[in-house]
Design a protein around this ligand. Structure first.
Ligand code: AP5
Length: 220
């Protein structure tokens, strides 16, 4: 399966993508995580992305598209992938279509996670992520770690992302509405979009997502 996950910041894309990727045995490809790994490693790409990410704006398309293409070209993504955070505007969606066409493949579906803005703000305000890989995600209230400030999975230190500060979240939501939401219409024209509610427990949302993907697969 080749799936794109869309939704506002804090919708639970990373949380769901990690679980769905395990269930479907396909890699979870998150451009946000790839950028954060580059920042941790101090690469040139990371240095270029850091201040832009901290401001809540989008990293330029040429950097992002090249990075995503390189990741999707890895052997583990040959049998399918779950894209989280990419594409994030219509230009990136068109570039992804071109890349996949060049490789003779296409997307199977786009899962759109719908969450009201007040819930998004609550989820982001309490989010803590693991410094080791940024992929283990917790919430101080909804999904607290066993020991405060320590990752259950690897013992790494938990921290709050710089772009999770309230003023940055406002910018990210604005960017989502103006730049990212139009890709839903772009993919609706290709009849690829299934919208599900991302309210409820993590398990409830996962069940909804799997059901939607199965239905999509049966119809496709
Ligand atoms: P990115 O890392 O992609 O951030 P995002 O899209 O803003 O999404 P988030 O990671 O904030 O949220 P999420 O939906 O994954 O939610 P999560 O699962 O953590 O991008 C960051 C930045 O990188 C961008 O602003 C941009 O600068 C740059 N970037 C990345 N991709 C780019 C691109 N393609 N082009 C250009 N720039 C790009 O969950 C949130 C919290 O809620 C957690 O605490 C979690 O535990 C909790 N939670 C999850 N589900 C539930 C539930 N059902 N009930 C209760 N709590 C829940």
């Amino acid at each position: 399966m080749r799936i794109v996950l869309v939704g506002p910041p804090g919708a639970g894309k990373g949380t769901q993508a990690a679980l769905l990727a395990k269930t479907l045995s396909i890699p979870h490809v998150s451009t946000g995580d790839l950028f954060r790994a580059n920042i941790s490693q101090g690469t040139e790409l990371g240095l270029a992305a850091k201040s832009i990410m901290e401001s809540g704006k989008l990293v330029p398309d040429e950097v992002t598209i090249g990075m995503a293409k390189d990741r999707l070209a890895q052997p583990d993504a040959a049998g399918g992938f779950l894209l989280d955070g990419f594409p994030r505007n219509v230009a990136q969606a068109a570039a992804l279509d071109e890349i996949l066409a060049e490789w003779g493949i296409e997307l199977d579906g786009v899962l759109d996670l719908e969450v009201p803005e007040d819930e998004v703000v609550r989820r982001i305000a309490g989010r803590r992520v693991c410094r080791n890989d940024n992929a283990h995600i917790f919430h101080v209230e909804y999904h607290p770690p066993v020991a405060e400030g320590v990752c259950d999975e690897c013992g790494g230190q938990l921290y709050q992302r710089a772009d999770d500060a309230e003023d940055k979240v406002r910018v990210r939501l604005e960017v989502y509405h103006t730049e990212t939401e139009p890709i839903i219409e772009y993919y609706q024209k290709q009849d690829l979009v299934t919208t599900i509610s991302a309210l409820g427990t993590v398990d409830e949302v996962t069940r909804r997502a799997i059901e939607a993907l199965r239905k999509n697969d049966d119809e496709g």
